[in-house]
Design a protein around this ligand. Structure first.
Ligand SMILES: [Zn+2]
Length: 125
């Protein structure tokens, strides 16, 4: 299941990323590259985006007082750890994602007008 279909935009060519399955994992790739061999081959795993969004939501919960302790701020490494955040919440909180394959950055824009921005060393491309 592709959670972010039509929400991921390539900053290089302006087209959407589309879902592909590689080694049984959901990933996204620039549709210009996938369909026409143009743009840049840049693949991102869906789990990586889920991780970033879940972290953001978790931190947001702590900030707004919903969380119970400071330990919730700890970054977690596995998607399965997010027992309190459902994939539906993850999907519904994201407005748009901009991926820049040249500078290797991801910008996630949320429906509440907050954002996550990460660059190269934190991304597994
Ligand atoms: Zn592109």
């Amino acid at each position: 299941m592709y959670l972010f279909s039509k929400k991921i935009k390539c900053s290089s060519c302006g087209k959407n990323f589309k879902g592909i399955k590689e080694r049984n994992k959901e990933k996204y790739i620039c549709s210009s590259y996938s369909n026409y061999g143009k743009c840049i081959r840049q693949v991102i795993e869906q789990n990586r985006i889920v991780y970033l969004v879940a972290n953001h939501l978790e931190i947001d919960k702590v900030k707004t007082g919903v969380g119970t302790s400071g330990s919730k701020m700890t970054l977690r490494t596995k998607v399965e750890d997010y027992d309190q955040i459902t994939l539906e919440q993850v999907m519904n909180s994201v407005k748009q994602i901009n991926i820049d394959p040249i500078n290797k950055t991801i910008e996630i824009l949320y429906n509440d007008n907050t954002r996550t921005f990460v660059s190269d060393d934190q991304i597994y491309f």
